[in-house]
Design a protein around this ligand. Structure first.
Ligand SMILES: NC(=O)C1=CN([C@@H]2O[C@H](COP(=O)(O)OP(=O)(O)OC[C@H]3O[C@@H](n4cnc5c(N)ncnc54)[C@H](O)[C@@H]3O)[C@@H](O)[C@H]2O)C=CC1
Ligand SMILES: O=C(O)[C@@H]1CCC=N1
Length: 268
């Protein structure tokens, strides 16, 4: 691909650009960025990653790929602004939460469209992404998208409707984990450790547990049992989690996010 244009230059665009440039998967000078009005932000991306700033919307005409990366509420306006200039051969990759392939086809006409739900860990090549395609995406294009997404982490192909679940779990997931670390830091300081020490200990604990799950062929439940001594500290902690409805809390979190993704699809 000679020209890839990001429509929207926020957190998710930066995470993908950062990941691709670092992994040398896409040459920075083939990536163009544009947004609604914040030119300083575009210059920051240019200076940091070596990407190009799109001079005017008409310059999308010869783009091979447009990446839709605005907020879902701005999607219709963004599509209306680019529709007059979009070239016949241009394919679309959307990272918009909720917004369906059908809506994108309505806004940008019949063309190859892929919807991906990455997460911000793309920055360090550790995204967990789900992807779905419309029928116009060729086998060769699919292969290319899967390669591009693999360069910034794990990618799993799913039916389009399942992207709501992917969004709720791994799209939003990093925020839940950061929230968890915030909670550990709060309580850790309450019971007498400096915040920095709590952070170090819990990041390592999180990374260690994730690596155990990746490298050892055992169920989470079995690994948990190995930590939990009868009558010990873990058992006391887990009992408190159960008493405070941990499973219901997680279930409410994921179902609310999934529901919100479905609402975004309806423009709510
Ligand atoms: N932030 C995240 O962790 C993830 C976000 N997403 C999706 O990525 C999309 C972008 O999210 P963020 O980067 O977090 O948002 P953001 O608010 O950081 O960035 C949005 C960008 O779109 C630009 N924009 C708004 N209207 C525009 C228009 N009409 N034309 C051109 N540019 C326009 C804004 O100026 C801004 O640069 C959303 O649809 C979100 O659902 C998907 C996965 C994870
Ligand atoms: O919060 C959001 O709507 C977006 C989608 C997944 C992560 N951030």
């Amino acid at each position: 691909m000679k020209k890839i244009v990001f429509i929207g230059a926020g957190s998710m665009a930066e995470a993908m650009i950062g990941g691709w440039v670092k992994k040398e998967c896409v040459q920075a000078n083939k990536i163009y960025v544009t947004n609604r009005s914040d030119y300083t932000r575009l210059m920051y991306l240019k200076d940091t990653y070596g990407v190009q700033v799109l001079e005017k919307l008409a310059d999308i005409e010869d783009a091979d790929l447009l990446i839709l990366a605005v907020k879902p509420k701005d999607a219709v306006a963004a599509m209306q602004s680019i529709a007059p200039y979009i070239g016949d051969h241009t394919a679309i990759l959307s990272v918009l939460a909720g917004i369906s392939i059908k809506t994108i086809e309505k806004g940008l006409y019949a063309r190859p469209i892929a919807r991906v739900m990455p997460n911000t860990s793309a920055t360090i090549g550790m995204s967990a992404s789900g992807i779905a395609f419309n029928t116009r995406v060729s086998a060769q294009q699919k292969k290319l998208y899967l390669q591009m997404l693999s360069a910034i982490g794990l990618v799993v192909e799913v039916e389009e409707d399942k992207l709501h679940a992917v969004t709720a779990l791994s799209g939003s997931g990093p925020a839940y984990i950061y929230y968890l670390i915030e909670a550990f830091e709060k309580v850790g300081t309450e019971i007498g450790l400096p915040k920095e020490v709590v952070r170090q200990l819990m990041i390592q604990t999180l990374a260690g547990s994730a690596s155990m799950l990746q490298s050892i062929d055992e169920e989470p439940n079995a690994l948990r049992r190995k930590v939990t001594s009868p009558g010990g500290t873990t058992e006391a902690g887990i009992r408190a989690l159960e008493a405070h409805h941990f499973n219901e809390t997680i279930s409410a979190c994921i179902k609310s996010a999934e529901q919100r993704s479905r609402e975004l699809a309806k423009g709510v």
